[in-house]
Ligand binder design. Structure first.
Ligand code: SAH
Length: 271
């Protein structure tokens, strides 16, 4: 099956695609259409086929800070490249302005790729942009991407689920540490043996403390994967006590994974 699919997509000598096997995600964009596309964690090898095809044939690319240069270089040379970065702690584009820009480009009959790191609907505000496009009557499609919360641990050899450890997993944002946190921390740590945090690098010591107070052991393993899948990827492994004291540190962007699956790590790079 895999070989057949590869042949179907990648072998230019293959005559016609079988319509029942091929989805519509990679079909050329129409004038005035927007694609909300996930760019994965950074390595272009982790793009979807639809993402590559749409990037290569569009009029405008509106991208976030976390989309790598290597991926942007796959964009059509004719495409206008618009930076719409939002990044913790830095001046960021207003969400309304980004949605307005997408709508304006579509109304100018451009074929627009809205490129977001990871998956557009995982802590990526893709839902807000989709709703704004619907309200404006703009045709759009969504191309999922590989989210960094799964890809990051995998690059470090950490399975986010392991039969011996967990049958559930929680994905969270570090922003939940704020005063308006909607999380019941003791309930969280007792329900989910594995926690994966996005946007938690800057608040790691506070986060570790919060988890310990909520009931996790100080010796609970923690891994920090920084710039997952990129050439300067780093992996740090330690414990909640170490994260609290600062003996293991996280630089943004990082995925922080807490749970015994970290002990099941099988480093595979360089093997
Ligand atoms: N939609 C994205 C998440 C956007 S929120 C996704 O699905 O991956 C931004 C956060 O994603 C960062 O703060 C960081 O926690 C994480 N992140 C994105 N790319 C990353 C990478 N290459 N390595 C580690 N963390 C990454």
């Amino acid at each position: 099956m895999l070989i057949q699919m590869n042949a179907l997509y990648l072998d230019p000598s293959m005559p016609k695609r079988s319509p029942d096997m091929v989805g519509q995600l990679s079909a050329p964009l129409q004038a005035g259409e927007v694609a909300l596309v996930g760019a994965g964690p950074g390595d272009p090898d982790l793009l979807t086929i639809a993402a590559i095809k749409l990037l290569a044939d569009c009029d405008a690319i509106v991208h976030d800070a976390l989309v790598s240069e290597a991926i942007l270089s796959l964009g059509s040379i004719n495409a206008e490249c618009i930076y719409a970065g939002k990044r913790g702690g830095r001046p960021s584009a207003d969400q309304q302005d980004i949605s307005d820009a997408l709508i304006r480009l579509a109304k100018e009959n451009k074929r627009v790729v809205r490129l977001k790191g990871g998956d557009p609907f995982v802590f990526g505000r893709g839902g807000e942009e989709a709703r704004a496009l619907v309200r404006a009557g703009v045709k759009f499609r969504v191309v999922p991407g590989i989210t960094s919360g799964v890809a990051g641990p995998a690059m470090a050899g950490i399975p986010v689920t392991d039969r011996t450890v967990n049958s559930s997993i929680a994905f969270l944002t570090g922003h939940e540490l704020s005063d308006e946190s909607r999380i019941n921390w003791p309930a969280l740590v007792s329900a989910f043996p594995v926690l994966v945090f996005y946007m938690a690098a800057r608040i790691l010591p506070d986060l570790a403390e919060r988890l310990i107070v909520a009931g996790l052991s100080e010796s609970m393993p923690v891994a920090i994967i920084h710039n997952a899948s990129l050439p300067d990827e780093t992996v740090e492994v330690g414990t909640l006590a170490g994260a609290k004291s600062g003996s293991i540190k996280a630089l943004p962007p990082s995925i922080v994974i807490v749970g015994e699956v970290v002990d099941d790590r099988t480093p595979w790079k360089g093997s």
